[in-house]
Design a protein around this ligand. Structure first.
Ligand code: DX5
Ligand code: ZN
Length: 220
């Protein structure tokens, strides 16, 4: 079995987005990672629900994995649900009401995901792990593509993997930031099941080959 590959369109060529999405889908990616940045929780601003809506309408079968890097995510959940998100991730650091935010996502029939920054321990999310379908462990500080993978995050993946087994839970463990054919291997061994990759995949050379490489290095 291989990891689920989730290319991040943050690094794609926006003027040829439809084509860029087809390339990764054809190569075996199952998710498409869509980074929403508000210029407040993180310094950058990216794109909004209209992008999710148009990607959904394009006929792509990819699971739309929406990563909200925004403060007060509760205010935006409805618009991303209506736009067609399949998974919505909220940062535990971005709201005083993580339980409510996850409940809103679940009640809307979308897969809830909780996200933790490098500075946040796994213990911060233990009380709500029973509610989520996916946990995203940030392997860089959020806000920018092209940063270096933080190896100290591997122990959090192992911790979540152990917790999952001990408590009979079955959420996916996603990693995001600095993922490439080398950094992915240790994270996969530790228990990561979904890998986001932005600049590694959309390097302007051969996105399909990069997706295939990530599948190949985790095929053990
Ligand atoms: C970073 C975003 C990532 C970004 C990853 O804040 O959450 O999804 O696209 O980019 P790379 O793979 O280039 O680190
Ligand atoms: Zn992301």
């Amino acid at each position: 079995m291989s990891v689920i590959v989730a290319p991040s369109i943050l690094a794609a060529d926006y003027l040829n987005l439809g084509e860029q999405i087809k390339l990764v889908e054809g190569a075996g990616a199952k998710y498409l990672h869509i980074d929403i940045m508000d210029g407040d929780f993180v310094p950058s601003i990216s794109y909004g629900p209209q992008w999710v809506k148009q990607i959904k309408a394009s006929g792509s079968k990819l699971v739309l994995d929406v990563h909200l890097m925004v403060n007060h995510p509760e205010k935006l959940i409805d618009s991303f649900v209506s736009a067609g998100a399949d998974i919505i991730g909220v940062h535990v650091e971005a709201t005083a009401h993580i339980h409510r935010a996850l409940q809103m996502i679940k009640n809307a029939g979308v897969h809830p995901e909780v996200v933790i920054n490098p500075g946040t321990p796994v213990s911060a999310i233990l009380p709500i792990l029973y509610m989520v379908d996916q946990v995203l462990v940030m392997t860089v500080n959020p806000g920018f593509g092209g940063q270096k993978f933080l190896p100290e995050e591997i122990s959090k993946i192992s911790e979540l993997h152990e917790y999952k087994k001990e408590h009979g839970l079955d959420f996916d463990i996603e990693i995001d930031g600095g993922v490439n054919n080398q950094t992915l291997v240790k994270a996969y061994e530790a228990g990561a099941t979904v890998a986001v990759a932005g600049s590694y995949v959309y390097d302007k050379v051969d996105p399909a080959a990069k997706v295939k490489k990530l599948l190949e290095v985790t095929n053990f």
